[in-house]
Design a protein around this ligand. Sequence first.
Ligand code: NAD
Ligand code: IPM
Ligand code: MN
Length: 351
Amino acid sequence: MVAKIAVIPGDGAGIEVTAQAVRVLTLIDGAHQLGLQFDSFDFGAERYLKTGVAMPAGQIEIFRNDYDAILFGAVGDPRVPGQVHAREILLGLRFGLDLYVNFRPCRLLDDRLSPLKGKGRKEIDFVVFRENTEGMYNGIGGVFKKGTADEVALAEEVNTRKGVERIIRAAFEWAKRNGKRRVALADKSNAIAAHELWLRTFKEVQIEYREIDARHYYVDALAMQLVIKPEDFDVIVTTNLFGDILTDLGAGLTGGLGVAPSANLNPTSTPLFEPVHGSAPDIAGKGIVNPVASLLTSALMLRELGHGKSADALEAAVQSAVADGKTTRDLGGTLSTVAATDEVIARLKLG
Ligand code: NAD
Ligand code: IPM
Ligand code: MN
């Protein structure tokens, strides 16, 4: 069996962490004979600034037809106004491949990293199902009378019955398969009338999952509750924009963006795996970026490719290195990106 992986390191920190992820994956592949094959693609700011093209025409089809997974770093560069290249690449792939599930686990790796008094690994462990193909991210809207005192800037939010239902179902199904008891919906149906579609669909779908405690929250209330009582949450399902915000909050609860992984999924398409963080221009290029988010993202990819044992080994090695304080400085350690990865490799039990 061969698994073809398209690697897109992107920009800045994305390039640094992806190099470490591929190094670790190559080691695991050697030991477990997974048949991983990596092809690298240089989509990012550099290529965009040189050619004016973020991603060539036909690329989405190539990924859809010829690849088993995409391993992504991050995109974003201060030299590109409005981050057009980032939107074309990242949102282009999410939308073009119809990756409607943005799966973002928020799991504390070590009690020491908790920012919350009295809350540890037992309390901080939930996943967010972020809708990933609609919402505020579709680009529908525009600007009128730009630069004048009467300027109008509009952005439409798209919520379709199909789109809302499939992400809600995905959340309940995952909860059921993984023995989780609670699914929470976060919307803003008290202020945004269109969100009543989310609430209604949630109520309809929850009937099929009687064993699961389904709860509705307004997103503002949920954001507070996540900080006060994170132990109340197993699975959260929400819109594209709210999911973006709540998962940075989730990263904050688990040690920061340096540790937060994600998977963009659709069972009938080519999945894309990326850390939640961006290109981190403030620290990129100094060799101090935390590789953990990308390594945990790689574990999500291994699991999705059917290599659960390899994924478990990688997650255990990361957890152990973090627990031992062998980390980059964002987690309180002193190590470089490469040295922190070495510590993970030293703890990998591949036998
Ligand atoms: P960011 O995630 O790049 O950085 C936010 C903060 O977290 C920074 O202080 C950074 O140093 C820190 N951080 C991020 N990753 C880290 C890591 N691995 N180790 C240690 N510290 C880390 O977010 P930002 O600064 O808002 O955005 C920078 C650029 O990245 C922007 O252009 C943005 O659009 C883009 N971005 C891209 C993605 C993506 O490609 N998926 C995600 C978020 C932001
Ligand atoms: C993320 C990022 C992206 C998003 C940006 C870079 C478009 O913040 O993956 O969380 O908002 O989805
Ligand atoms: Mn984000």
